[in-house]
Design a protein around this ligand. Structure first.
Ligand SMILES: NC(=O)c1ccc[n+]([C@@H]2O[C@H](COP(=O)([O-])OP(=O)(O)OC[C@H]3O[C@@H](n4cnc5c(N)ncnc54)[C@H](OP(=O)(O)O)[C@@H]3O)[C@@H](O)[C@H]2O)c1
Length: 247
């Protein structure tokens, strides 16, 4: 896909990894629909940084845990925008829970944001995409679906189902829409993580460092540009998936 002039929709685009993806798409010439939930100021700042790169940006505020009908997000666009051809599902939550202590409310919240919203957004995206246009979806997932955390139960289940969804959607939406994923390892420390925790995570990474946002952004652009990849989930782990023991 040639990205120049395409419209891309990014969930959770205000800050951290989402911001990196928005700015990479802007540098590649994409106009942006930047979704945020609570981070309005950071969304405005990211939009301004993207506009400074010469593209158009509109903001869309939504609580994805309450998403029922996503169609308006793809149809209600300014007339200067072409139809959305790229969807990036990055917004997610990372609650700490286990099989023995999770609550039904916690389960619902995690599954709604991390799984149900990307599914509904992909459905609405596919329905809104005009027949003559190609599309691409990239889901941001986590390699720890292969080696589950002991401490993030509902998150791991939600991302594992997102992996399955990525493959199912790739098959169902081919040949017009490609659907891929990026399974992240240690890219940025979680917002409330202690330095000691983060160092213990980095100690499990053969490349001995965090991945940062640029690595995710580069992989996103690669998956969007390469027209023969679908149903693929690329690990970005710095080699952590090769180790025999895990935190
Ligand atoms: N950081 C890592 O090293 C790492 C590792 C593995 C996987 N990942 C995955 O990479 C993606 C981005 O990670 P990150 O660390 O940058 O995320 P983050 O800092 O935790 O940010 C979460 C994002 O999700 C949005 N969000 C949360 N609840 C929402 C809701 N109810 N409705 C709508 N949006 C909501 C937030 O929007 P607002 O701030 O606007 O409210 C925010 O943009 C996630 O899918 C995460 O699972 C990250």
């Amino acid at each position: 896909m040639n990205l120049q002039g395409k419209t891309a929709f990014v969930t959770g685009g205000a800050h951290r990894i989402g911001r990196g993806l928005v700015l990479a798409l802007a540098r590649a010439g994409c106009h942006l629909v930047l979704h945020y939930h609570r981070s309005a100021e950071q969304a405005q700042a990211t939009a301004a940084a993207a506009r400074a790169l010469g593209v158009q940006v509109i903001l869309r505020q939504a609580d994805l845990s309450r998403l029922e009908d996503a169609s308006a997000l793809f149809t209600d666009l300014p007339s200067s925008f072409s139809p959305v051809q790229i969807l990036v599902n990055s917004a997610a939550i990372f609650p700490k829970d286990t099989l023995t202590d999770f609550t039904l409310d916690g389960w619902s919240q995690t599954l709604r944001i991390n799984l149900r919203a990307p599914v509904l957004l992909t459905q609405a995206f596919a329905r809104a995409l005009p027949q003559e246009l190609e599309g691409a979806v990239v889901n941001i997932t986590d390699w720890r679906t292969e080696r589950p955390y002991r401490t993030h139960f509902t998150y791991t289940i939600s991302k594992g189902a997102l992996d399955a969804f990525t493959r199912a959607a790739a098959l169902q939406l081919a040949p017009r829409i490609r659907v891929n994923g990026i399974a992240l390892g240690a890219m940025l420390p979680p917002a409330k993580a202690s330095e000691a925790y983060w160092q213990s995570v980095l100690a499990t990474v053969p490349l001995a460092r965090a991945g940062g946002t640029e690595s995710v952004a580069d992989t996103l652009l690669y998956l969007l540009r390469n027209d023969f990849i679908t149903g693929e989930i690329i690990r970005l782990t710095g080699g952590a998936h090769l180790k025999m023991s895990y935190a």
